[in-house]
Write a protein that binds this ligand. Structure first.
Ligand SMILES: Cc1ncc(COP(=O)(O)O)c(C=O)c1O
Length: 453
């Protein structure tokens, strides 16, 4: 069945076919079981509204690439096409281009990692790195440990491979430090071991965590690695924000502390530009071999042109200075966000104080459900991501992620003002209907480790 979506449009003189109705799916009984978990986000439709200019979006995690020197990038690309275009536009190696892999090792040095380019596999963003790691390690039903809350894109990958995600609580010292708790990790691993279940890896974001904004201290990294060793579990360290610290020098990566147990994911998306889709995995040699085979079967080779472009940018530009400039820009925005939250959010609301990266994690008073509130917030012209997006188990309805990377400081302040009004209204409704006073939190939230029992 087809349904016309309005009059056919003309594009480049060609008549477009009528748009097909996508609600009826003739392939419904043909899909593989793993696709059953691939559900469209309930908030996706709202985000098309949230992207309207009148809405202050504190939802997206888009880096502010308007700050990049586009003339420098343009010149580097121009020279690239003229001087090495035939190589840059050709197929390349499955593992990635040798020159870029060397430069990646230089980048990782900034966080104390001493690595050989042979152990680096270039990927289509670190998102593909996550996909490849999960693909080579996880069978359906395997357990992956992730922070509670965790990066929504990683949860999507784990779901796509039919993994079971067991969340382990993060903590926060109020000054931007915290993260995966070693005690909670040990408890979860002990419980899983007693159930005879094998954990394939621990997925963690040690720096300026997405979505919570917190960073593990050096001491904590060591403690976590000790727990991982005690239970003989691999650690997947996802680190797109590590060089975007505002207040302190980068801490040594977990990979710098343990080269055998840690698989490290890096990305140029936040320190350069996400549009090139260049990330990487640093893994022990044998794992790297498997990753390259998986990479070849997925895409033959990562895009060569993008790799040459990133390599040219790194060679032609003061990229460390550019990262510093990005960090200064985001510091100003983080400060605006924290000032706006202090000024406008109702009593009983708390939030993290990130020392870098893009995100603040907000906890709202008892009785408010951030997912239910989102349509009302968007109507009030402010958007955020509800906390439930960052849990595999339905938890998170008393949380939201706010990002300060993209809007200007003025818009951020205005966004927090609008959010404060919406929250104050929700709170008065919750008080009126008695949901605010329920003891012990919302019954809906089973707690992040509920799926352990
Ligand atoms: C924690 C984390 N990991 C991975 C990614 C994916 O980044 P990339 O653009 O390198 O695929 C993101 C993007 O926001 C992220 O926040």
């Amino acid at each position: 069945m087809t349904a016309a979506a309005g009059p056919d449009r003309e594009a480049g003189g060609l008549e477009q076919p009528a748009r097909r109705d996508t609600r009826l799916d003739a392939s419904i009984d043909r899909y593989a079981a793993r696709t059953h978990q691939l559900t469209a986000s309930a908030i996706r439709a709202l985000f098309s509204v949230a992207n309207r200019p009148e809405v202050v979006s504190l939802a997206g995690g888009m880096p502010n690439i308007a700050d990049l020197p586009l003339n420098v990038v343009g010149e580097a690309l121009h020279t690239l096409v003229l001087t090495r275009g035939t190589q840059a536009m050709q197929y390349g190696a499955g593992q990635g281009e040798p020159m870029l892999r060397e430069q990646i090792c230089e980048v990782m040095r900034l966080e104390g990692i001493v690595a050989h380019p042979d152990d680096v596999t270039v990927t289509v963003g670190s998102q593909q790195g996550l996909d490849l790691i999960t693909r080579i390690f996880c069978d359906p039903g395997d357990v992956v440990i992730a922070e509670a809350p965790s990066y929504v894109g990683a949860l999507g990958v784990f779901r796509a491979y039919q993994c079971e995600v067991v969340h382990v609580q993060l903590d926060d010292d109020g000054n931007g430090y915290g993260g995966l708790s070693p005690d909670a990790l040990r408890e979860a691993l002990t419980a899983l071991r007693s159930q005879g279940r094998r954990v394939k890896f621990i997925y963690t974001i040690p720096n300026f965590q997405n979505p919570a904004g917190v960073t593990q201290t050096l001491q904590r990294r060591r403690e976590l690695l000790a727990v991982a060793e005690e239970f003989d579990v691999l650690v997947v360290e996802d680190n797109p924000y590590g060089l975007l610290g505002f207040d302190a020098e980068p801490l040594p990566a977990m990979r710098a502390l343990d080269g055998e147990r840690v698989l490290y994911l890096g990305s140029f998306s936040k320190t350069f530009a996400p549009g090139f889709r260049v990330g990487w995995v640093l893994a022990p040699h044998a794992v790297k071999e498997k990753l390259v085979l998986a990479q070849e079967s997925a895409v033959l080779c990562p895009p060569v042109f993008s790799q040459y472009a990133v390599a040219a940018y790194l060679s032609a530009h003061d990229w460390k200075g550019q990262i510093k400039a990005f960090a200064e820009l985001y510091t100003e925005r983080r400060d605006a966000m924290l000032a706006g939250l202090t000024a406008h959010l109702p009593a009983g609301t708390t939030w993290t104080r990130p020392g870098g990266g893009f995100f603040v994690w907000v906890t709202v008073p008892d009785g408010i459900d951030t997912q239910a509130m989102l349509p009302r917030a968007v109507t009030a012209r402010v958007a955020y991501v509800p906390g439930t997006a960052f849990y595999a188990d339905g938890f998170g309805s008393r949380h939201m992620r706010l990002s300060y990377c993209y809007p200007t400081p003025e818009r951020i302040i205005e966004g927090t003002r609008r959010l404060g009004e919406v929250l104050a209204h929700e709170l008065s409704m919750a008080t009126l209907f008695g949901t605010h006073t329920q003891p012990g939190g919302r019954a809906l939230d089973p707690g992040p480790n509920a799926n352990l029992s």
